[in-house]
Design a protein around this ligand. Structure first.
Ligand code: NAP
Length: 459
């Protein structure tokens, strides 16, 4: 059996593991298994890479693996669930940066074969560099390192002109065959600047979509560089990541009813939009005892979790409360908005971790018709995903975003700490509605208080 045959077979297995892993991640039931499959694929791909003919410095590769693997292991262990989007952003950016670095090395070697390979290298370099710098900005924003949203005076024109110049330089590189070092440095600098400048104005609710878009970019860049290196694993992994990232971007944009062009060229900036003018009513407080009694004597309670439940890590308490209500004969269902929290599937993962059975968790399309029949809707740390402005206020930046129709229930109880706005910074008329009462406090403590009161009522 030749070494080439063994390597090719291994790459085939690696590809299957990646695809199987991704497929399994599409459901919370099989997600963990999917991560193991994809991880195994990565380990096998790394091992085969060592056997790749003409592979360079073995010691350097081992050092890189140990340092990179160690850092990833540590950060994966310590990262908070709510900080996951920025971690995804920075790791994804590294992938784009690595693809751009491969192109830089190949250009520096100067032995690129043919115009097609050179063009793919340049394209991969451009997309990879944009993804790298853009993801770094996204990380800095989500981590709170960069607090302001910067928008240039003629932002969109700058984006277009800068993209055109960078593309032109890439074309010159491809046509010249042997570009000068200066041309290459300028090309990479411009590509990096482009990623940063495009991302700087984007804030608030649009950021996770942009991170996902960069994820797709990274996949594409890695795939292109795979062609340059004639490495099938890179090509397949890149295409799989590129396709998955594109689909995710599309799904998120659809769930927020925002087109990609709108997100990139007309972003919601995160600064408070919609002062709440026109909202009538007052915020009415409710005690934990009253909230407990309303739910304990209800026939049907729908629970809408949001980002606040994730921050407070209240999912275990929420499930404990739901079980108590069920024991008292109340029908309890969980209503999940596709972009509740800070990443797709955020709430499903948290509820699954707390042990909530999957048949109690309903998607927006499945549950929305049931809100008018619910005696009580308990909104726990959710805001934008239940904001009726998305349905009725044409001037609202989130107009058109599908929402959970919590406002149509008989009674609404909202757990939140104070008057804080949602991710998009928009005021929410639901909180002022006649049938809404607010239970102020940290989600975990508030639910704990409700549990204590339900137990007292039931005893
Ligand atoms: P949200 O709009 O960000 O609202 C969270 C609410 O939780 C706030 O009103 C806040 O009010 C409250 N809160 C914060 N910490 C709390 C705590 N410790 N205890 C109790 N309450 C707390 O959340 P969401 O309704 O889940 O909406 C998600 C947002 O992210 C949407 O704008 C969506 O478009 C955006 N987004 C998500 C994704 C995704 O994939 N998930 C993707 C793109 C965009 P107080 O400060 O008063 O407590």
């Amino acid at each position: 059996m030749s070494a080439k045959f063994l390597i090719d077979t291994s790459y085939f297995i690696v590809s299957m593991l990646f695809i199987l892993g991704l497929k399994s991640m599409s459901s919370p039931v099989t997600a963990r298994r999917g991560i193991v499959w994809a991880g195994l694929g990565m380990v096998l791909a790394t091992m085969v890479t060592f056997a790749w003919p003409g592979m360079g410095n073995f010691a350097l590769m081992v050092i890189a693996l140990v340092v990179g693997g160690g850092a990833a292991w540590w950060s994966g262990k310590v990262v908070k669930m709510t900080d996951m989007p920025q971690m995804v952003a920075i790791y994804n950016g590294m992938g784009g940066g690595a693809a751009a670095a491969i192109a830089a090395v190949e250009f520096a070697k100067g032995d690129m074969h043919g115009m097609v390979v050179t063009a793919l290298a340049a394209l991969g370099a451009l997309i990879g560099a944009v993804s790298f710098s853009g993801s770094c900005i996204a990380f800095a924003k989500l981590q709170g390192i960069m607090k302001k949203t910067f928008r240039l005076p003629a932002q969109n024109a700058v984006n277009v002109i800068l993209s055109a110049i960078t593309l032109l330089m890439g074309t010159v590189i491809v046509l010249s065959g042997h570009p000068t070092a200066l041309l290459l440095v300028m090309f990479f600098m411009l590509a990096l600047a482009l990623g940063a400048i495009i991302t700087m104005p984007i804030g608030g609710a649009d950021m996770p979509v942009v991170i996902s878009l960069f994820n797709a970019f990274t996949g594409l860049a890695v795939g292109f560089e795979g062609f340059v290196l004639a490495n099938p694993a890179l090509i397949i992994a890149g295409i799989v990541v590129g396709a998955a990232g594109s689909l995710l971007t599309q799904l998120m944009a659809k769930a927020m009813n925002r087109s990609l062009t709108n997100i990139l060229f007309n972003p919601i900036t995160g600064e408070a939009q919609g002062s709440g003018a026109g909202i009538i009513g007052t915020m009415k407080e409710v005690t934990a005892l009253d909230a407990a009694a309303m739910m304990r004597y209800a026939h049907k309670v729908l629970i809408v979790p949001g980002y606040g439940m994730a921050v407070a890590q209240a999912q275990h308490k929420v499930w404990e409360m739901a079980k108590l209500l069920e024991e008292a004969g109340v029908e309890v269902k969980f209503a999940i908005h596709p972009v509740a929290g800070r990443m797709p599937g955020h709430m499903n993962v948290l509820l699954a971790e707390a042990g909530v059975p999957y048949d109690k968790i309903y998607d927006l399309e499945e549950i929305n018709a049931e809100f008018p029949q619910a005696d009580v809707v308990l909104v726990i740390g959710a805001n934008d995903v239940v904001n009726p402005a998305a349905r009725i206020d044409k001037s609202s930046p989130i107009y058109g975003m599908p929402i959970l129709n919590a406002d149509q229930a008989q009674n609404v109880i909202v757990i939140k700490r104070g008057k804080g706005a949602g991710y998009s910074g928009i005021e929410n008329s639901l909180f002022y509605a006649e049938n809404t009462h607010l239970l102020y406090g940290n989600a975990q403590q508030a639910v704990n208080e409700v549990i204590r009161n339900i137990k007292e009522i039931s005893s």
